[in-house]
Design a protein around this ligand. Structure first.
Ligand code: SF4
Ligand code: SF4
Length: 132
């Protein structure tokens, strides 16, 4: 689990600057629906109660001036999201970044799978992603 937390943190370190430096409308992809998803996921998978951080009545309950207050592994959908990956499937003109992204994502997926299906350890196979 520690490894998974570390990988999500690395993913956040990779994706957050994309938003910080390229976004024309910061946090426009955020939605209360994803905050609620993060809250139930945290509780279900990690047994972490995010209620103390959840501001009822605020459009984005976990958003503050400095950004989202939820740790990266507790909001996986948000952590792996960037406009480029969502729109193009790659970061255009940056194969190095894209390769790093999919390497991390692949390792995260494998650990998430092993955690969800402990009896099937080793059953999750993934190919190295080739970036052209
Ligand atoms: S994912 Fe896109 S819309 Fe959301 S903050 Fe990043 S750049 Fe902005
Ligand atoms: S990044 Fe944070 S504020 Fe934005 S949708 Fe996800 S949980 Fe909510």
């Amino acid at each position: 689990m520690k490894q998974l937390i570390k990988l999500y943190k690395q993913m956040a370190d990779l994706t957050a600057p994309e938003c910080a430096t390229t976004c024309r409308c910061p946090h426009s992809c955020c939605d209360r629906m994803y905050c609620d998803e993060a809250r139930s996921w945290s509780d279900k998978k990690w047994h972490v109660d995010l209620s103390p951080l959840y501001i009822e009545g605020q459009r984005l309950p976990f958003m503050r001036k400095g950004g989202c207050v939820v740790e990266p592994h507790l909001r996986p959908t948000c952590t792996v999201h960037t406009c480029a990956i969502n729109g193009f499937g790659v970061k255009p003109n940056d194969p190095k970044w894209t390769k790093k992204y999919f390497r991390l994502r692949s390792r995260i997926d494998a650990l998430d799978f092993e955690d969800a299906y402990p009896d099937m350890n080793g059953a999750y196979e993934h190919d190295e992603v080739e970036i052209l």
